[in-house]
Design a protein around this ligand. Structure first.
Ligand SMILES: O=c1ccn([C@@H]2O[C@H](COP(=O)(O)O)[C@@H](O)[C@H]2O)c(=O)[nH]1
Length: 277
C-alpha cells in the first residue's frame, strides 16, 4: 500500500516520477532466458533489479500475462511478490463490469489471501459507471486509475464526443471526482495528448495522472510536464517497450537501466523547474 504522501516523498527522494511498464512478451525477450524455468519472471526480476532506484512505480500489463494462461498468471504472481514494496505497483488491467463481477476483479488483483496478489492500484474503464468502480474502493488505501483521455488514435471515437457539458472525457473526470478524492483516484491521460493537460488540470488539479505514451508512442516528456506538472508533481509517466526492450542480449538489463536513467535525468530537470524539489 502506498499513500499519496508516500508517493510524493518517493518522487522527491528518487527525483523521478517514472513508471516502468512490464509488458513482457515471450517473443521479445532475449533467447538465453528461455532456459530458465520461468523466462518471463526471470526477465522481470532483472529489469526490476536494474531500475528500482530510478523509478517510483511498476506497471505489469495484465494482457501479456493472461495471454500465457496458467503459466502467465504464475509469472504475474511471482512478479508482484518480487516488486519493491515502496514503489506504486499498478496492474494495468483496464477492467470495468457490473458490481458483483467488479468485486471479483478487485479480489483477483487486491486480495493477496485469495489470489496471491495485492497490487496498489488498478486501471479501470469507467464506461459502466459508479457500480463498476465502487467495489475497488472498498479496499482501504488502494488506488483506482480511471481511463480519461487515452494515448490511442481511437481516443477521438468516444472521448472527444460532445456531451453538452463538454467532451466526454471531461464529463468522466467530473463524475469520477464525486466517487472519491485525489488520495484514491488517478486518471490515465496519454502523453500524446500533452496540449490537453492544461484543460485536464481544470478538472483534476490535485489528482495524480498516469501518463503512458512517451518512448515507443512518441509523446514528449517535456511537453507533458509543461502543461501537466503540479507543485506535488502529480504525474506518473510510464514507459514500457522503450525501456524493457532497449537491449536484446545478455546485457538487456543494463540497457534498460541506461534508458531509465536518461528518463530519470530529464525528470529531475522538470521537477527542479516546477519547484517540486
Ligand atoms: O491510453 C493508454 C492507456 C494505457 N496504455 C498502456 O501503457 C503502456 C504503454 O507502453 P509503451 O510500450 O511505452 O508504448 C502499455 O501497457 C499500454 O497498454 C497506453 O499506452 N495508453
Amino acid at each position: 500500500m502506498i499513500s499519496r504522501r508516500q508517493l510524493i516523498d518517493q518522487i522527491k527522494q528518487k527525483k523521478s516520477f517514472l513508471c516502468v511498464g512490464l509488458d513482457t512478451d515471450i517473443d521479445k525477450i532475449p533467447e538465453f532466458l528461455k532456459n530458465y524455468p520461468d523466462p518471463i519472471f526471470e526477465f522481470n526480476k532483472r529489469i526490476i533489479d536494474a531500475t528500482k532506484d530510478l523509478c517510483v512505480s511498476y506497471k505489469p500489463n495484465a494482457a501479456f500475462y493472461e495471454a500465457r494462461g496458467i503459466k502467465g498468471l504464475q509469472s504475474l504472481i511471482d512478479t508482484w511478490k518480487y516488486l519493491p514494496r515502496d514503489t506504486l505497483n499498478i496492474i494495468d488491467a483496464k477492467r470495468g463490469d457490473i458490481g458483483n463481477t467488479s468485486d471479483k476483479y478487485a479480489t483477483a488483483f487486491f486480495n493477496e489471501e485469495a489470489s496471491g496478489m495485492s497490487f496498489d492500484a488498478i486501471t479501470i474503464t469507467p464506461y459502466m459507471g459508479n457500480d463498476s468502480v465502487t467495489p475497488y474502493l472498498k479496499y482501504d488505501g488502494k488506488w483506482i486509475i480511471i481511463l480519461a483521455l487515452t494515448s490511442s488514435v481511437g481516443s477521438k471515437d468516444f472521448q472527444y464526443l460532445e456531451t453538452g457539458d463538454g467532451y466526454l472525457y471531461e464529463t468522466v473526470i467530473q463524475k469520477a471526482n464525486t466517487w472519491a478524492g485525489a488520495d484514491r483516484i488517478m486518471y490515465v491521460v496519454g502523453a500524446t495528448k500533452s496540449t490537453e493537460f492544461t484543460n485536464i488540470r481544470k478538472y483534476a488539479p490535485d489528482n495524480f495522472l498516469l501518463v503512458p505514451g512517451v518512448g515507443a508512442q512518441g509523446g514528449s516528456l517535456e511537453e507533458v510536464c509543461k502543461y501537466g506538472i503540479t507543485k506535488d508533481c502529480g504525474l506518473i509517466v510510464n514507459a514500457s517497450r522503450s525501456i524493457i526492450y532497449a537491449g536484446n542480449d545478455e546485457n538487456f538489463a543494463e540497457a534498460a537501466r541506461a534508458e531509465a536513467l536518461l528518463i530519470q535525468q530529464q525528470m529531475e530537470v522538470e521537477l527542479e523547474k516546477a519547484g517540486v524539489i
